[in-house]
Design a protein. Structure first.
Length: 306
């Protein structure tokens, strides 16, 4: 599962410590999967507790107990949750829990929290980019950069161990054919009707220029590629622009398998690039109330370090 290091202008745990959380996430994911898989093999239900139903005194007692390693299997119910019957269903169940865990990390730190739009909890595009790609992909989901005190919206950014991809998602009705060109507008053909829309290359170039400027400031050199991606439409084009890939429905499977096959571990230059970009992202948040801060600061690692 790819890691969501930034979303919009929400504060992120990764911007608090970019060198710490990527590897910690991978370890937590593996540990929690092993635990869930063990419970499934032995057909043991997941016992969970609903925080809002706990007496206040019990909550405070919980704060005084020794903190445990972060566990995203524990949702908030005092009922027993029956596990899925097949391993494939179990994997989907686990990925859905992991998705919510990632959203939490991408909207809060130990002491601060952003007021997130609830739509992101069920955003199918966000789920796709997180759940379908390897752990070593770092995803910035439409981040908002702050350059000279001005907010600048960008496209989706994939930071992998081998480079950065800026992705413009272009998806219309399934029977629409997209005609790409070097002109200012691209043509959409739907039946006998043709409409025009601004070429996505402009947005990609704007984000590319922004990223290049930030990375240059920190002397980070990593390949950057632009991608126009459509999972639902055929995109016809004569030739691809320089350092740009056009991936229509006809090319999607090859592109997807290529991304999924990346087996490289996290790399220092990748983390350094992500850290540089996060330094220039806008973050709007509030400080947690003291009681909540104390309760939620238990991001405890296996060695007990916070």
């Amino acid at each position: 599962m790819a890691q969501l290091i930034k979303m919009q202008n929400y504060v992120s745990r990764y911007e608090w410590d970019m060198y710490r959380y990527p590897s910690q996430f991978i370890r937590l994911k593996q540990d929690n999967w092993n635990k869930l898989h063990y419970l499934w093999r032995n057909q043991e239900p997941i016992a969970t507790t609903r925080e809002e139903e706990m007496p206040k005194q019990s909550r405070w007692k919980g704060l005084l107990r020794k903190k445990q390693p972060e566990d995203f299997l524990q949702t908030s119910d005092i009922t027993e949750e029956r596990l899925p019957s097949t391993e494939d269903e179990l994997k989907l169940h686990f990925l859905d829990q992991l998705f919510q865990f990632q959203v939490k990390w991408a909207t809060s730190t130990v002491s601060n929290v952003s007021f997130m739009d609830s739509k992101y909890h069920t955003d199918p595009t966000l789920k796709y980019f997180l759940q379908r790609f390897p752990d070593t992909y770092l995803v910035m989901y439409y981040p908002i950069f702050e350059i000279r005190n001005a907010p600048i919206e960008s496209e989706i950014i994939f930071i992998s161990p081998i480079g950065i991809e800026i992705i413009y998602l272009l998806e219309e009705k399934p029977d629409t054919i997209i005609m790409a060109s070097d002109e200012r507008s691209w043509v959409l053909e739907h039946g006998n009707r043709q409409t025009k829309r601004l070429s996505p290359l402009f947005a990609l170039k704007r984000t590319e220029k922004l990223i290049q400027g930030i990375l240059s400031k920190y002397d980070v050199k990593i390949p950057i590629q632009k991608v126009v991606l459509s999972r639902t439409n055929i995109i016809n084009y004569i030739s691809e622009p320089y350092l740009t890939r056009i991936i229509g429905k006809q090319d999607y499977d090859v592109w997807f398998k290529e991304k999924r096959s990346l087996a490289s571990p996290l790399k220092g230059i990748q983390i350094k690039a992500a850290e540089a970009l996060l330094k220039h992202c806008q973050s709007i948040y509030v400080r947690r109330p003291e009681w909540e801060e104390e309760e939620t600061q238990g991001f405890v690692f296996e060695n007990g370090e916070e």
